[in-house]
Design a protein. Structure first.
Length: 504
């Protein structure tokens, strides 16, 4: 068996650790990979990776678009074979190619490529991936996140060729991690959930743990991941300008000087994904100015006793909107539609994501304030008390909806998300349906505790205890291959889904 890994950014280090574990514990001898970013690619090249027969590198493939003539016939055939239903979703997902974001800070939104150049980029990447799969013939492809033209092409082409796909997902249940054959939903959890719902299967050994988990969560709600809690994000002036303290200022000057030197001395600084530190300094300066001016005059007082619906703003740019709900990524437009779909006596509470503090402009919030029934909530206020008191929570694809479900609250989503399988969750697939879905959820909502317990049981059964979010985000993630035992349960779960036998 040969496994292909999508080795994208920080996941390159996690993927390498999983390759070592699968080689050591299950005797797999052949792997291949699709790598992103020069740093990750060099990391993989510098190691004696067990059985890595070929690594194709996205940045090297990307630069071919400059010299390769466009082949519209190839593009048309590619669209016919792998269109969703056309090729635009591949481009809309890629925040660098489509909007120059990531290499420039939000809210910068200006494509760095023409229409024809974008077509050539898809062309060269599709040709490279097709050639790669033809040569390597992997039996499975393992993903952690899909956020670029190349990664979505790899997913769709592999799926069409019936190559087994495993997507790694944080399970949103304690520190559990699960696998799926889809990037947005938990397919193995869904299969088991259906059997539990129908009575075909029963897992009573998990019931006490699930009930205990729910009771604890409802008594003292805590988010499954605390990385984006307000207290851990610089959402006020004091924390935003703490870098001016003498010790921190010296460190900041050293860090930026080092970043500039590394950039200027880097022979590959023109890689399309490389971040120019001069632009980064400029974008960071503008963010600090926004924070210095502040937004306090735009925030409203909350009244938990009034009738309100809750909409938490999503982090941007992220796959939550770019991939899961590409037609609902304009959050200002969504908020307008929600506000006009509520009963007249309702307010709509809109809260900024703590990680976005300082990124959005005052104009964005000022335009929100023009909607008569919208209240803007300080990002320093936690979401869970708002969810607990709201009559309805609406989210594009966020975890806030999952938290609301566990608190027995009605939820409306705008895309297919992992918890939308639950019968009490409503999904808006056409915006003209929204006022009727709101009315239904407010007047006829029935929480289904049995279904929730069955769904949590399915997650529990199909997951392992690996804190993937923390491993992904911790400083020094590049060293995870040195302490790869943290990933051993995940490697075992991958092996189980691939029907591998432990060689020991």
């Amino acid at each position: 068996m040969k496994i292909c890994f999508l080795l994208q950014r920080r996941y390159a280090y996690i993927g390498y650790a999983l390759i070592e574990l699968l080689n050591q514990n299950y005797g797999l001898k052949e792997f291949c990979g699709y790598a992103f970013t020069r740093e990750s690619y060099n990391f993989l090249k510098d190691r004696k990776s067990p059985g890595l027969t070929q690594i194709i590198f996205d940045e090297d493939i990307h630069r071919r678009y400059k010299t390769e003539p466009i082949d519209w016939e190839f593009i048309k055939n590619l669209e016919k074979e792998y269109g969703l239903p056309n090729l635009w979703p591949y481009l809309e997902l890629d925040r660098i190619i489509r909007s120059s974001q990531l290499i420039r800070a939000y809210p910068y939104d200006r494509p760095g490529y023409s229409h024809e150049e974008m077509a050539r980029i898809i062309q060269v990447k599709a040709k490279a991936i097709i050639k790669f799969l033809d040569e390597e013939k992997p039996d499975a492809v393992i993903f952690a996140t899909i956020g670029a033209v190349g990664s979505l092409l790899l997913f769709e082409i592999a799926k069409k060729r019936k190559i087994k796909i495993l997507n790694i997902h944080p399970a949103r249940l304690d520190t559990k991690c699960t696998l799926s054959d889809h990037y947005a939903t938990f397919s193995y959890v869904d299969d088991l959930f259906k059997k539990l719902q129908s009575g075909e299967m029963s897992l009573p050994e998990h019931r006490d743990a699930i009930i205990s988990f729910l009771e604890k969560f409802r008594q003292s709600p805590e988010p499954y991941c605390d990385l984006d809690l307000p207290q851990f994000r610089p959402i006020d002036r004091r924390r935003q300008f703490s870098f001016l303290l003498p010790k921190k200022l010296l460190w900041s000057l050293y860090w930026w000087s080092r970043a500039i030197f590394r950039y200027l001395s880097d022979p590959y600084r023109n890689d399309y994904s490389n971040i120019n530190p001069f632009w980064e300094i400029w974008d960071n300066f503008k963010k600090k100015i926004r924070v210095l001016i502040g937004f306090d005059d735009l925030y409203d007082q909350i009244d938990l006793s009034e009738d309100f619906a809750f909409f938490p703003l999503h982090l941007e740019p992220e796959i939550a909107t770019l991939l899961y709900a590409p037609f609902y990524k304009d959050q200002f437009w969504i908020i307008k539609q929600i506000a006009h779909s509520l009963p007249l006596n309702f307010k709509l509470y809109v809260k900024e994501h703590p990680a976005m503090a300082g990124f959005r402009t005052r104009r964005f919030y000022q335009e929100l304030k023009k909607i008569p029934n919208v209240k803007l909530v300080k990002p320093s206020i936690g979401s869970l008390p708002l969810i607990d008191h709201a009559k309805l929570t609406l989210t594009i694809s966020g975890t806030a909806g999952w938290e609301a479900v566990q608190l027995k609250k009605p939820v409306i989503t705008f895309c297919d998300v992992f918890y939308s399988r639950l019968p009490m969750v409503k999904k808006c697939i056409a915006i003209e349906q929204l006022p009727y879905l709101v009315k239904e959820q407010l007047e006829n909502f029935n929480h289904d505790e049995k279904s929730l317990i069955n769904f949590l049981t399915a997650i529990w059964q199909e997951s392992v205890d690996v804190n993937f979010v923390q491993i992904w985000n911790i400083e020094g993630a590049s060293q995870i291959h040195l302490k790869k035992d943290q990933l051993l349960p995940l490697a075992d779960l991958i092996a189980k889904k691939l029907n591998l036998a432990d060689k020991n």
